[in-house]
Design a protein around this ligand. Structure first.
Ligand SMILES: *Cc1c(COP(=O)(O)O)cnc(C)c1O
Length: 380
């Protein structure tokens, strides 16, 4: 069986986890701090807060940015539902932007037009969530310029893009955004089991995120609002959640982070091999860029839906499990029930109907990859 993605675990990872199990701390101990320091070091951001998932990271980021009832968050129609659910968790509304069919990221022109229209209607978003689809960074400089022009916060959903670069700088450094979130789900670029992180250069946002991820509680005496000199004090100042990451998960993520650049190179080799194989076929392959890309998934787009479907079936018959990224969020029953219509996002819909995610993971062997290539070519 060849899945579309899976983690790569070695003996060092196992040792990292078992040594936590032998230590006095299972949660909120030194492994959490080590992971956060390593994320700061790796991305160049000033602050990192580890949390239990990227979904939790998006939720606390929305809270920290003050999103709430009466506000609107915009994101890509071509993403995982967590990118938009976070707005609804905090009582805000959500709306979607169609994609550029070449990058499969938010279409800058569509964003520009939608912002101009929203301004006329008096319904500008408070936050734009830019999703770096498949690991390829959005054009953050352009999105930042638009966000500045309309006074909107910028949140990068970099669940796919840990290890990628934009204009020669690591995604996560928040050079163009207020906050970046990562996922350490096992199919992503590094695994923690479940896990995520929030990166920012703003200490106020970092403190708020940390508090919202820990019940809204602070133990820092300097931040206390009540006067009480009894020992062991803590104050709950907001309604928060328990979104903390354990030391067990943090130790695995930190050990995986050490190998991230190596993982990226191995993934890039697999991608180059696919690209070479499909160069002359009737398939749209991922774009190439001078920036390093930590390709999280390898997505090809067929000319016709029927061929895509036939290819999926052929792969399945060969015990190869392709996937589709994504079912457009506005087409989900829950979002349809809120009045969204996927026909309003024609590029996202066309991408969904004609694309396929082929197996891509660090330990994919040459013979496995050749089998995928041969099976796809047979379907074309
Ligand atoms: C995986 C993913 C998430 C959610 O990540 P979790 O860590 O599983 O919560 C959010 N957004 C995107 C784009 C994702 O791919």
């Amino acid at each position: 069986m060849i899945p579309y993605g899976r983690q790569s675990i070695d003996e060092d990872d196992i040792t990292a986890v078992t040594s936590v199990l032998r230590s006095p701390w299972l949660t909120q101990g030194p492994a959490v701090i080590r992971l956060e320091e390593a994320l700061v070091e790796y991305t160049g951001a000033e602050y990192a807060v580890s949390v239990s998932s990227a979904t939790a990271a998006l939720h606390v980021s929305c809270l920290a940015l003050g999103l709430g009832a009466g506000d609107v968050l915009w994101t890509s129609a071509n993403s995982f539902v967590a990118s938009s659910n976070c707005a609804l968790y905090v009582g805000a509304e959500v709306d979607f932007i169609d994609i550029d069919p070449v990058t499969r990221n938010i279409c800058i022109t569509a964003l520009e037009d939608k912002l101009a229209l929203a301004k006329l209607k008096g319904k500008l978003p408070k936050i734009i969530v830019a999703v770096h689809f498949a690991g390829l960074s959005c054009d953050m400089a352009k999105i930042r310029a638009l966000a500045d022009a309309y006074n909107v916060y910028l949140l990068e959903d970099a669940s796919h893009a840990l290890g990628s670069e934009y204009q020669g700088k690591k995604v996560g450094g928040c050079h163009y955004s207020d906050i970046t979130v990562f996922s350490f789900h096992p199919v992503k670029n590094i695994a923690a089991g479940e896990g995520g992180a929030v990166l920012t250069n703003d200490i106020c946002l970092a403190n708020k995120v940390r508090q919202f991820a820990c019940h809204g509680i602070t133990k820092n005496a300097a931040d206390f609002v009540q006067v009480d000199d009894s020992p062991c004090r803590y104050e709950q100042q907001n309604l928060g959640f328990n979104y903390r990451l354990s030391d067990i998960h943090s130790a695995l993520a930190a050990q995986q982070l050490v190998k991230l650049d190596h993982f990226r190179e191995l993934r890039a080799n697999h991608v180059a091999r696919y690209n070479r194989a499909f160069l002359d076929d009737a398939l749209q392959i991922p774009i190439t860029t001078s920036d390093k890309v930590a390709w999280h998934i390898y997505v090809v787009t067929f000319e016709h839906r029927e061929v895509r479907d036939a290819c999926f079936e052929r792969l399945k018959a060969a015990d190869i499990y392709a996937n589709i990224h994504y079912i457009p969020i506005p087409s989900q029953p829950f979002y349809q029930g809120k009045g969204f219509n996927v026909a309003d996002y024609p590029n996202t819909l066309a991408h969904y109907q004609r694309s396929l995610t082929l197996p891509l993971f660090v330990d994919l062997t040459e013979s496995e990859q050749q089998l995928v290539i041969d099976t796809v070519k047979a379907a074309l």
